[in-house]
Design a protein around this ligand. Structure first.
Ligand code: AMP
Length: 286
């Protein structure tokens, strides 16, 4: 396995790959966990050459967010990638990706990037789409792997790739969870024992919402209200948003028919977590 830290070397590596070989790509911010590993394993199985990038992207963090403290351990991540038979870890420096005189950004405009995460984290998706455009240009992947954990991000990335005619296929994989349901996240490493326990409230509330929906509740407002009540019982939790939306549009639904996405962001202590669950009411339910 190669660890490549500069863009020119990464490009040269890609240029030397034989025509027709499939390049798979897993972009990450490091702090690798089982969620990342599921993408890496799928990518490994599908590709001739698998590239994993590790770059904590300052452009997608707000000024009050945790960029400075974001968990980083390149040595550990590289070791994990080696074990997963990754071909290249691309870990560029901040200076390489964003030199001091850097002024070019790529933005998906409109509702999709201004609702939910876009509303809570202004500029976040602009940072995501900018870094991904740069990485796609450097790595030229045939296939790129993303997790449903960042559900809205997946829709934004698909739109970016489609509308800018970028030549990579977006493969989306399900959320990997701990045994108690907590979605794996690099940020889980911030938790003390109490917070870690409290963090299970996101999954618990999603599961309950699914039960209520399948039980026949069609009114999103009532489900959201009951989720709020449940989460508010947890003293360490502070709700940012809870929404029930169309799984492709991210627009709030008036009534639950067919498939919807229940999505939420909750702070546990200082740590902001996101999670989601797709719920399908079978058409034969009244
Ligand atoms: P990050 O390092 O947080 O930027 O995540 C890199 C990729 O891993 C993104 O496509 C995430 O959606 C995906 N990912 C993160 N956590 C999980 C998880 N628990 N299950 C599946 N995919 C995940």
């Amino acid at each position: 396995m190669e660890l490549i830290k500069d863009i020119d070397r990464m490009r040269t590596y890609i240029e030397r790959i034989e025509e027709g070989k499939i390049i798979g790509f897993v972009p990450t911010m490091g702090g690798l966990h089982k969620g990342h590993l599921s993408l890496i394993r799928k990518g490994r199985g599908d590709s001739d050459v698998l590239v994993v990038s590790i770059f904590v992207n300052p452009a997608q963090f707000g000024p009050e967010e945790d960029f400075e403290s974001y968990p980083q351990d390149l040595e550990r991540d590289v070791k994990l990638c080696k074990q997963e038979d990754v071909d290249v870890v691309f870990a560029p420096s901040r200076e390489e990706m964003y030199p001091d005189d850097y002024f070019t950004f790529v933005e998906v405009e409109g509702y999709l990037t201004s609702t939910l995460e876009g509303d809570s984290r202004p500029g976040h998706f602009r940072g995501v789409t900018t870094i991904l455009t740069k990485l796609f240009n450097i790595v030229s992947p045939d296939r790129s792997y993303f997790g449903e954990k960042d559900y809205q991000q997946v829709l934004v990335v698909k739109k970016l790739v489609n509308e800018l005619n970028l030549d990579t296929q977006i493969i989306v994989l399900p959320i990997v969870r701990e045994n108690d349901g907590l979605a794996l996240s690099s940020r889980n490493s911030y938790f003390d024992e109490k917070e870690r326990e409290a963090a299970t409230i996101l999954y618990k509330s999603l599961k309950k919402a699914k039960e209520w929906t399948i039980g026949g509740e069609k009114d999103p407002a009532r489900i959201i209200h009951k989720m709020k009540e449940l989460i508010e019982k947890e003293p360490l939790a502070e709700i940012d948003y809870i929404a029930i939306v169309g799984p492709n549009s991210m627009e709030k639904v008036q009534s639950i028919e067919g498939e919807v996405l229940i999505i939420l962001a909750v702070k546990i202590g200082k740590v902001r977590l996101i999670d989601n669950m797709r719920v399908k009411r079978s058409m034969c339910q009244s």
